[in-house]
Design a protein around this ligand. Structure first.
Ligand code: HQG
Length: 181
């Protein structure tokens, strides 16, 4: 059994390869974000050798369910979080009336002016509860949580997507949809 810390390190590298820089493992992703599992294992082995069973364990046990195999288990992709242009065939879905975005206080001034922008990623990531948003925000510094009036956004024609691992995504959130608490 691999140590938890080691699995985390591998998972981080997988995120890099499958969301942002496939070239880091000398592989390519297809238009739907899929990587060939054999090519990935071989490419990754130059940086950190991993066995297929370990990859399977990470896909099954990752705490955020970040990755998925296709039905044949010959392909793997990240469920969300990409910065490169791939179409992971997200399904539009109707969100709960409110969603949350965790960020850092130091971004608040800019967010208040511009709203939430995807920055380097394809979408703005929204959480279904404040606990999750808090964790996301802490990654960047002292957390600040925005409550979003998604009901009104839907009424105004904005589209939302639910990723395979339960993250809500949308292209942008203009500041008029922030609910002041
Ligand atoms: C901020 C993790 C200034 C935004 C998490 C965020 C998530 C602005 C940062 C997923 C802004 C981008 C994504 C504006 C947005 N001015 N700053 N107008 N609009 N920002 O990492 O949402 O562990 O790209 O608030 O759990 O923090 O990787 O996005 O702070 O689900 O699987 O710009 O990544 O998941 O940061 O995180 P990120 P995020 P994983």
């Amino acid at each position: 059994m691999e140590q938890k810390q080691n699995l985390k390190k591998i998972s981080k590298f997988l995120s890099l390869v499958l969301r942002h820089e496939p070239q880091a493992a000398e592989i390519t992703l297809d238009e739907h974000g899929w990587a060939d599992v054999d090519a990935l294992l071989e490419g990754v082995s130059k940086t950190m050798p991993i066995r297929r069973e370990i990859l399977e364990q990470i896909v099954a046990e990752d705490e955020k369910q970040r990755y998925a195999f296709d039905e044949t288990k010959t392909k793997i992709r990240a469920n969300q979080g990409h910065s490169i242009q791939v179409d992971v065939q997200l399904q539009p879905a109707v969100p709960p009336d409110m969603l949350y975005h965790g960020t850092a206080e130091r971004f608040a001034q800019s967010i208040q002016k511009q709203g939430l922008l995807p920055q380097s990623r394809l979408y703005v990531h929204l959480s279904k509860d404040t606990e999750t948003a808090e964790k996301v925000g802490k990654r960047h510094g002292t957390p600040k949580i925005y409550t979003i009036d998604t009901k009104r956004m839907v009424a105004d024609g904005y589209t939302f997507y639910l990723s395979a691992n339960g993250v809500w995504l949308t292209k942008c959130v203009p500041p008029q949809y922030f609910i002041d608490k």
